[in-house]
Design a protein around this ligand. Structure first.
Ligand SMILES: [Zn+2]
Length: 376
């Protein structure tokens, strides 16, 4: 059995449902330490984080960024084999985390071990950063580690995240950015009353209609480089007392913005609140900022990744900024160029999550080729 397959199986059999690391990082730190890495364990709240480095700061720092936690498996009986018992069937390895992202993490370790054995005096610094809080609240994970790095003045030039980015075959997509995400809970205040006496009430539904239409139909921008236009989607509207002869006193609306680098959260908040005020609404609004967008323009990292992926997939990768958010959003603001490269994502977060053994066994070579290009 190959080294990467064996290590992935060892990780899957540790049931590290977020934010529990279940001993994954201790296993990986032991491997990295034996390879000559300096390991620092950052336990923040309930969350384990590992920062392992090899080399010196007088050249570029390249970080391999991953997470050891997984999403809950859901009902055991829906799986064809136990989610925490790695199982091989028809060339596929099954288990929670196989694709997202214990396979990539195992491949990082194998690639890093091989690289430093072959280039003990490589240029710059090779680092591995792992957290057990990517799938959960993502507060005490890379978000806080990035704050610590900022205080220390830690410099990061390049960051490769192992999130499962490929669509149909390994290396067919290179993620070069992600949109930002901003959510709101809006409460519009009115005055409750009898529908037959509207002059004695203030109907928050009627009051809000034009403002909501303005928010939903606004063309925020025309897109940005590889990004689609910014979009606001209303996900819930609720009002009413249950009786059809009562004008309700309150209207509650949930909405979310997915935005490109034309915007940041502060400016969007100001813009939305300005529009609500312009419609004369009386309201309260609570915002949740889950992450600013990031974008890695053309440069040495993107060029190296495009060429390496093309060699593996047999064609130039699609360069995309789609998808949800990832921990790269916390590393990018430190000034790092960030990309995401990982296995096929078709089964992530589903029952019977799996990764193709052939892809898994190619991953250390793929990451190794990137290390050769950037640090050898
Ligand atoms: Zn993930």
């Amino acid at each position: 059995m190959s080294d990467v397959l064996e290590l992935t199986r060892a990780l899957i059999s540790r049931p590290s449902v977020t934010p529990d690391d279940a001993g994954c990082q201790a296993l990986l730190a032991a491997r990295l330490q034996a390879a000559g890495f300096a390991c620092e364990h950052l336990r923040l709240g309930e969350v384990d984080n590992l920062w392992a480095t090899h080399g010196t700061c007088d050249g570029p720092t390249l970080v391999l960024l991953g997470h050891t936690d997984v999403v809950p498996p859901g009902p055991r009986e829906a799986w064809h084999s136990d989610p925490f018992e790695p199982t091989l069937r028809d060339g596929l390895l099954y288990g929670r985390g196989a694709a997202d992202m214990k396979g990539s993490v195992a491949a990082f370790i194998v690639a890093a071990e091989r690289f430093v054995a072959e280039h003990p005096q490589h240029r710059g610094r090779l680092a591995v950063l792992l957290t057990s809080d990517e799938e959960g609240d993502a507060i005490d994970g890379v978000r806080r580690v990035a704050d610590i790095f900022r205080e220390r003045g830690e410099r990061i030039d390049w960051c490769i995240t192992g999130e499962p980015s490929s669509k149909a075959r390994l290396g067919d997509l290179l993620r070069v950015g992600r949109r930002g995400s901003l959510s709101a809970r809006l409460d519009v205040h009115g005055v409750q009353g009898h529908v037959a006496y509207p002059d004695k009430a203030r109907n928050p539904i009627h009051l809000a209609l034009a403002a909501l239409d303005a928010l939903a139909s606004r063309r925020w921008d025309e897109g940005y480089e590889g990004f689609p236009p910014t979009s606001l989607q209303i996900s819930n509207i609720h009002a009413g007392t249950g009786a059809n002869n009562v004008i309700p006193g309150e209207l509650e609306v949930l909405f979310n913005l997915r935005y490109n680098p034309h915007w940041n959260a502060d400016r969007l908040v100001a813009e939305c609140e300005g529009m609500l005020n312009a419609h004369g609404l009386s309201f309260d609004i609570r915002w949740h900022r889950s992450g600013e967008p990031f974008f890695t323009p053309e440069g040495p990292l993107r060029l190296a990744a495009r060429e390496v992926l093309a060699a593996f997939a047999g064609a130039d990768p699609e360069e995309s900024t789609g998808g949800g958010t990832s921990d790269a959003r916390f590393i990018a603001p430190l000034g790092a160029q960030c990309i995401e490269v990982g296995p096929v994502n078709a089964s992530i977060h589903q029952v019977d999550e799996h990764v193709a053994v052939a892809d898994l066994e190619a991953l250390p070579d793929l990451y190794g080729a990137l290390l050769e290009r950037l640090l050898a």
